[in-house]
Design a protein around this ligand. Structure first.
Ligand code: SER
Length: 581
């Protein structure tokens, strides 16, 4: 049985409910492009909202981190990875959390206790030493020399603001060398495998720490790293997670992994991430903004490295690799099976687009650097604009030849270009606001009305869980414990239409975040918004934090009609609706 199954079975046996992985593209969080940690989709519940599955949860969560793309190619970094997690939402706390982690590691994974070291919170001016965790580890047989205390590394928060707490981290001695008596977390032979965060605090934008309504536990364990450890390999790409993908790349390129590790790892990693991004229900396609741009960069970089391995780019190499990844993961992530064709076609199209200019662009690059000249802003922009080279690709090519690139100059030119084409403004507040055509703008305002109507008709505790707008329809997800009755749907529809007919003005106001909250404005993930926020009000029926844009008056919206009401996920319903002339 593999690690994911062992983990889920174990925590289910301890009374946890398995929750499905959330999409990699957060549906209603404007501040991040991708889900970066297992706890991210659970923030509202860590903050106190009841979770429909109860108080003990476990999952494997798809995560994407693209902040250090340059590290990809080494033995341990991945842009996509899976995080195992178990949570207590005001249920058990330190005792059980530590006990079960210990039991899972030593009894299920059979890791010898001698190979384990742990860190705990040392204490500082604000919070005391975590004595409870210390004593618990001792009672389980971890020697005191193997319990290190740190301050900074044992306080966990995602970013600057939000739910947080002290943590205890579990390390594994990975080396063949003799295990030192005393555990030193700075010694690289010890690698962190699990992080148990005791989330009992909330940190606000002024740095103040207050108690959350409940004491929670949030743990995270990386699948790739732990699998490599259990299989005794020092290169993650030699573990069962990657081995067959690497073998396929060897077969396609007719080259051995040894000596070509970097390019093969980049191809394997980037294509896996591209598969997961394009299979996500958000429907991301390669583009020049936001998630689409990351997707484009990943595919184009993979293509460039395939070329380095002399793979015939026009062959179906990327289809074979993507198909292998889909086959490996589809039993865990159904969307890979459902959207397999979309993924494969998307890759093929992006490849086609890029191969048309890649060859010429590389020639151009060779030409301008033949006397080892650095790349100026004009050239970097030409490589981007004419040959489709993401700036990161130019940087990578340049660094392979020890040349510099005027990146700042490039950014300026890029900005000028964006302003000229006025095309890049839409993506920022992605909560469903994919575009800002006239009809999409109308749908956006209608979304606020629907949110307000649901609160009035169904329950004041209804909140937005996701939103997606196209020129054809709007889609709105919200928490709700039941299927809406035909009467409820009718009332919601009527109420929205009444407000539309009342010709309510839509007004916009900038204010401080705290001020906005005090007015009772609706929003999700308040901690993710900047200090100054925009609040849109519609008459006095709706007030929401939002990036806009909106229509000026509801009277231009036409007739609002609900076309579908269905389940989206546990405890979350989905409404699709249209605006008719
Ligand atoms: N939130 C913690 C982490 O990401 C534990 O899940 O490490």
């Amino acid at each position: 049985m593999n690690l994911k199954d062992l983990y889920i079975n174990f925590f289910v046996s301890k009374g946890h409910k398995q929750i499905p992985s959330a999409p990699v593209v957060p549906e209603n969080d404007p501040s991040v492009l991708f889900n970066t940690a297992g706890m991210q989709p659970l923030i509202p519940y860590l903050m106190g909202e009841p979770h429909p599955y109860g108080t003990r949860l476990c999952d494997y969560q798809k995560c994407i981190r693209t902040n250090d793309l340059d590290s990809i190619g080494d033995t341990t970094h991945h842009t996509f990875f899976e995080m195992l997690g178990n949570w207590s939402l005001g249920d058990y706390f330190k005792q059980e959390s530590i006990e079960w982690s210990f039991e899972f590691l030593t009894q299920v994974l059979n890791i010898p206790i001698e190979r384990l070291g742990v860190t705990i919170f040392k204490g500082n001016d604000i919070l005391p030493l975590d004595e409870e965790s210390y004593n618990k580890w001792l009672s389980l047989g971890i020697k005191k020399e193997r319990i290190a205390q740190t301050e900074k590394d044992n306080f966990w928060i995602a970013g600057e603001i939000g739910p947080c707490g002290t943590d205890t981290e579990i390390f594994y001695f990975r080396s063949e060398e003799e295990i030192p008596e005393v555990f030193d977390p700075e010694d690289e032979r010890w690698v962190e495998i699990w992080n148990n965060v005791f989330m009992q605090y909330y940190k606000d934008d002024k740095g103040n720490i207050s108690e959350l309504p409940k004491k929670n536990v949030d743990t995270g364990m990386g699948v790739e790293r732990t699998t490599a450890i259990l299989e005794g390999v020092n290169d993650n790409y030699l573990s069962s997670i990657w081995k067959d993908v690497i073998e396929l790349i060897e077969e396609i390129s007719h080259l051995p992994y040894a000596g070509h590790e970097k390019s093969m790892r980049i191809i394997a990693d980037h294509l896996r991430t591209a598969v997961f991004i394009s299979a996500d229900e958000a429907g991301i396609k390669p583009s020049n903004t936001d998630q689409g741009y990351i997707l484009r960069r990943l595919i184009r970089r993979a293509i460039r490295h395939a070329k380095k391995l002399n793979i015939d780019i026009s062959s179906d190499w990327e289809q074979l690799i993507a198909q292998k990844i889909i086959d490996k993961y589809q039993t865990y992530y159904k969307e890979l099976a459902t959207n397999a064709q979309v993924v494969l076609d998307g890759l093929a199209q992006e490849k086609l687009k890029f191969s048309k200019t890649l060859e010429k662009g590389l020639k151009e690059f060779e030409k301008v650097t033949k006397d080892n000249q650095d790349i100026d802003a004009t050239m970097a922009f030409r490589l981007y604009d004419t040959y489709g080279f993401p700036i990161e690709l130019t940087l990578e090519l340049a660094s392979e030849r020890n040349l510099k690139v005027d990146e700042e100059g490039f950014k300026e030119k890029f900005k000028e270009h964006q302003e000229l084409s006025r095309s890049a403004s839409a993506g920022k507040f992605k909560g469903g606001l994919a575009g800002n055509s006239e009809i999409e703008t109308k749908y956006h305002t209608a979304t606020h009305l629907l949110n307000a109507a649901l609160k009035e008709v169904v329950s004041k505790d209804v909140h937005q869980r996701g939103s997606n707008i196209t020129a054809e329809r709007m889609r709105f997800d919200f928490n709700c414990d039941h299927k809406l009755t035909p009467e409820e749907l009718q009332k919601v529809e009527d109420l929205v239409n009444t407000w539309i007919k009342q010709a309510l003005p839509v007004t916009k106001k900038e204010m401080n975040k705290s001020e906005a909250i005090a007015t009772g404005a609706e929003c999700m993930f308040i901690e993710k918004y900047p200090d100054v926020v925009t609040v849109y009000s519609i008459g006095d029926v709706s007030k929401e934090l939002c990036g806009g844009p909106h229509v000026e008056n509801t009277n231009v919206l036409g007739h609002f009609k609900i076309t579908k009401e269905e389940a989206s996920s546990a405890g979350v319903r989905r409404i699709k609706a249209v605006l008719q002339e």
